[in-house]
Structures are given as structure tokens and as C-alpha cells.
Design a protein around this ligand. Structure first.
Ligand SMILES: [Zn+2]
Length: 286
């Protein structure tokens, strides 16, 4: 929840009645109805998933860098030197949102990337939180509010790696929202590049409801499942990862929010397909 802004919930964004949404299709899986006051869904053992990601990444020729802190480490994967777009992908910054890690594992295992694409992938930015199933890290910090003046070791290490890379063309940050009534996304695209929002929402809508609310996470939607926030990072003290990227050379970004009151395999597949359609559109030049 609340990836771009930290405003209080407003009518339309609060947990509503557990009922079918207007965008539900008969083929969509049913809502679980578990998340009344927070994420109450499936948990995963995160360390084996990270090991699996690393193993598949090595198998498919990715370069790995790691930064150790305590008994955890941050893993940074890259596949560079190609002629196409440079795409950045991250997950696991909130430890109660396991679908992003599963989506990245499946993507790296199946290796569906267009040949020309350059990739930088951070599969788990909050290993402590993912271990404990908490949104925050062990010190209680929401890492996705720590990118302007970082206090956390994780974000400082992440920024060291990011700063060693040339700027990215597009960022895709994988999240979940336990309150939402379906999948939605934030688009940051101030230079009005061709939007990937339509193809992503159309693809995901075939397997998972799109949130039909006119307000999501305290912000008005521009279309079902689409938020183009009118926020200037310069006026925000608590930057999420996406704001740092936007302010540091990445002109086009998406925060993808899977609905965590649906089964984990559905959410993970929604995120995986969103990434796949986005990367294939980029490779095709839209
Ligand atoms: Zn999140």
C-alpha cells in the first residue's frame, strides 16, 4: 500500500466490502477475503527463493554483485552490453509483499527477456522484512520512504549499486497492496514517453481483476487501475525508490501493485505478465 504518497486513506481507498468488483470476470479467481486489517495471506521462505533466483541467474549468464550486512545480503543482478533499452526491475522492498519475489524468480528461471534488452534486477531489497513478513526492516524503517536522505543500511547499499550503473530507461518496481480491490499501477512519465500502462493493464486484466475504484491509496485514478500522481519529488521529504530513479536519470517508471487479497500464484503471475508485456513492448519500440 501507499507506495508513492503517504496520505491517509480517503473514501474509496479504505478496505471495502469483500465483494466482487465490476471488473471481475467469470474466469477470475475469487477474492480470499482475508485482509481485513493488514496482509494475512500466504508467507514464503525467502532465503531459498533468493538462492533459486541466484542459481537461475548464473545459469542464464547474469552478472551478480552482493552487499553483505549482518547475516543478510543484498543481491544485484545485471545483463548489460546489449543494443536495446535499459530496464530496471526490483521487488521485496516491503517484506509483507511476497508476490514480487516469486514473479522475479519465475521470470529469471524462464528467461523470457527480449535479446536486445539490458537488465538490472534487485530481487529482494528488504531481506530482513521478507524474513519476518513485515513491511519494514528489522529497525522498523519503511525502506520505500528512505531514498532522499537514507538512514538504512539497505538503501545506502542499494544506492551505491545504482550509482555505479548508467541511468535506466524504464523502471518497474514490484509491489502488492493488501487493501486494493484489484491490480493497479502508478505511472511516472513526466516527459510523456509512449505509455506502457494500457498494455500492462489489458494483459493483467485477463487473469486478475483491475481495481475499479475512482480513488486508490488516497489518490484519484486517471483510468481503472491507473494512477498518474501529480507529485513533485522536490517537495517530498520521504522519497520512495521510484522518486530516486526519476530524479537520477530514469525518465519513465511504473510501480506495479498486485492485489494481495487474491491467491499468491495469481498475484505473482499478474506481476510476471506485467513485466513481460512491458519488456516486449519496449523491445518492439511500442
Ligand atoms: Zn509495497
Amino acid at each position: 500500500m501507499s507506495e508513492i504518497n503517504s496520505t491517509e486513506p480517503v473514501p474509496g481507498s479504505a478496505p471495502g466490502p469483500i465483494a466482487p468488483c465490476p471488473t471481475d470476470r467469470p474466469t477470475h479467481p475469487r477474492r480470499l477475503g482475508l485482509n481485513r486489517d493488514g496482509y494475512r495471506g500466504e508467507r514464503i521462505e525467502v532465503r531459498p527463493v533468493i538462492q533459486e533466483i541466484r542459481s537461475w541467474a548464473r545459469h542464464h549468464g547474469f552478472t551478480e554483485q552482493t552487499s553483505v550486512f549482518g547475516d543478510h545480503e543484498l543481491v544485484f543482478l545485471s545483463r548489460l552490453g546489449r543494443p536495446g533499452s535499459r530496464v530496471y526491475l526490483s521487488a521485496g522492498i516491503h517484506g509483507d509483499e511476497p508476490a514480487g519475489l516469486i514473479a522475479i524468480r519465475d521470470l529469471i528461471r524462464d528467461n523470457p527477456w527480449p535479446e536486445t534488452l539490458n537488465l538490472g534486477i534487485c530481487p529482494c531489497l528488504n531481506p530482513q522484512g521478507c524474513d519476518s513478513g513485515t513491511r519494514e526492516n528489522a529497525a522498523g524503517h519503511d525502506l520505500n520512504r528512505d531514498y532522499r536522505n537514507p538512514r538504512s543500511t539497505e538503501v545506502r547499499l542499494h544506492l551505491e549499486w545504482l550509482s555505479s550503473q548508467p541511468p535506466w530507461d524504464v523502471s518497474l518496481c514490484l509491489h502488492e497492496d493488501w487493501e486494493s480491490h484489484g491490480f493497479y499501477l502508478y505511472e511516472l512519465n513526466p516527459s510523456s514517453r509512449p505509455s506502457l500502462a494500457g498494455p500492462i493493464l489489458e494483459t493483467v486484466g485477463a487473469l486478475c481483476p483491475i481495481d475499479p475504484s475512482s480513488w486508490i491509496d488516497g489518490k484519484p485514478t486517471n483510468a481503472p487501475g491507473l494512477i498518474r500522481p501529480e507529485v513533485d519529488p522536490r517537495h517530498r521529504p520521504d522519497w520512495p525508490e521510484s522518486f530516486w530513479l526519476l530524479q537520477n536519470g530514469c525518465p519513465h517508471g511504473y510501480t506495479l501493485e498486485a492485489p494481495s487479497d487474491w491467491p499468491l500464484p495469481v498475484r505473482a503471475e499478474a506481476l510476471r505478465q506485467a513485466v513481460q508485456v512491458a519488456t516486449h513492448r519496449l523491445a518492439l519500440g511500442f
